[in-house]
Design a protein around this ligand. Structure first.
Ligand code: PLP
Length: 421
């Protein structure tokens, strides 16, 4: 066939009788045959999978037959990440998502309905708080926020009305508070609630909440599991029935993980243990050093003898982890000047990476709160949160030393000005 728009098309026809475009599409879409297993999980960078006939496609799409049809529903690279997470969390099943928030959203939505009630830790990640308030709230799901370390308060909240979910974080932002999973799982189950844990700050190397009685664990794999600040992802793990329901939510709401992203997370996971050991060793040493520095009021790290939950940390965490926080004399101004004087660290709100990242919550994530609001949230105006990366300890100490000197200068100036008034 010729047409004015395809003037040269006959010349492009080949001996098979098919046009060039048809042949090129066919030629470029033939997966190679591979008889030997690849050492790493291949990236199945495809949106669609072809079945042999209509019956097979129908059976795969309706879950009557295992297989792949469309990558929002299932993709082999992404499924490999789900299985890997299940294995390292000690779970029957796991599933991967586009982000940590997509995982948390699906985990909650698989359990709650309009009119239900959630009891959540007060020290919950900011976007989770707004998910609970701004997405689940208008759907008629109410959330009561409690101090998760006060078990009497948790029990009181669970007993006050039928509760569908108790929600906690293993280690929470920014003051490194630890949730006692065995005790909280016991309380949740006694009151008929599902215990869901965000294990992002700990990672499955430090803590495996399912082994301590949690029903579902969720994680932002953007953080330690991926570990290199180059990918966004989320994961969930739990028993097969729960994960199936969570996956069904994801299929309908669309927070599916791309295969390349799944590959990057799998690559990160392979080195999780060695990275976590190094994060923890550097953070522990930095915390001990910080405790001795003038102008530092208080340091929070699970490995410190001064940590208010030291015994729980020793029982529940394999090592202290890479997250620490400390309070400076001189309030917001000193905190801000510390951050600005750093040269080696990344000024970003994320965590769990090879890069050390420092945030001053009062001037960033909690900027909207005045000093009283900060105090209610347990945040001192001079508090800094550090996600300790994999740089050399000596270089971090040097950088922190310079920044502490700058912060002390500000604190002294403020004290002098106050004395003159
Ligand atoms: C504790 C915690 N949970 C969940 C998330 C959300 O993860 P993501 O950014 O991958 O959606 C974060 C992100 O910072 C987090 O810190």
């Amino acid at each position: 066939m010729t047409s004015p728009d395809h003037g040269n098309e006959p010349n492009r026809r080949t001996s098979s009788g098919r046009g060039f475009s048809t042949r090129a599409i066919r030629a470029a879409s033939r997966p190679p045959r591979v008889d030997q297993r690849p050492t790493t999980v291949p990236i199945y960078q495809t949106a669609t999978f072809s079945s042999d006939d209509a019956e097979e496609l129908g059976a795969v799409l309706t879950d009557k037959m295992p297989g792949y049809a469309y990558s929002r529903i299932d993709n082999p690279t992404t499924a490999a990440l789900g299985s890997a997470i299940a294995e390292i969390e000690g779970a029957e099943a796991g599933h991967a998502f586009a982000t940590g928030m997509a995982a948390i959203h699906a985990a909650l939505l698989s359990v709650v309905r309009g009119g239900d009630r959630i009891v959540s830790t007060r020290a919950v990640y900011g976007s989770t708080r707004s998910l609970l308030a701004n997405v689940f709230g208008p759907l008629g799901v109410t959330t009561e926020f409690v101090d998760i370390t006060d078990h009497a308060a948790v029990e009181g909240a669970l007993a006050a009305a039928p509760t569908r979910v108790l929600y906690a974080e293993t280690i929470s932002n920014p003051t490194i508070v630890i949730a006692d999973h065995s005790a909280l799982a016991g309380l949740a189950h006694r009151h008929g609630a599902t215990y869901i844990v965000d294990n992002t700050f700990a990672s499955p190397y430090l803590c495996r909440p399912l082994e301590l009685g949690a029903d579902v664990v969720v994680e932002s794999a953007t953080k330690y599991i991926g570990g290199h600040s180059d990918v966004l992802a989320g994961v969930v793990a739990g028993d097969a029935g729960r994960i199936r329901r969570i996956r069904d939510v994801q299929v309908d709401t669309g927070g599916s993980l791309a295969p390349l992203a799944a590959f990057l997370v799998l690559r990160g996971m392979a080195t999780l243990a060695v990275r976590m050991e190094r994060h923890a060793a550097t953070a522990g040493a930095l915390a001990v050093w910080l405790e001795r520095q003038p102008g530092v009021r208080r340091v929070y790290h699970p490995s410190l003898a001064s940590h208010p939950q030291r015994a729980l940390a020793a029982r529940q965490l394999a090592v202290g982890g890479g997250m620490l926080a400390f309070e400076l004399d001189g309030g917001r101004e000193a905190g801000g000047s510390f951050i600005d004087a750093l040269t080696l660290t990344e000024l970003t709100a994320s965590l769990g990476s090879v890069h050390t990242m420092v945030v001053h919550p009062p001037s960033t994530t909690h900027r909207q709160l005045d000093d009283r609001g900060l105090a209610d949230a347990g945040i001192a105006p001079g508090l800094l949160r550090v996600s300790v990366g994999l740089e050399d300890l000596e270089d971090l100490v040097d950088d922190f030393e310079g920044a502490l000197a700058a912060a002390r200068g500000v604190a002294t100036g403020l004290a002098t000005a106050a004395g003159q008034r």
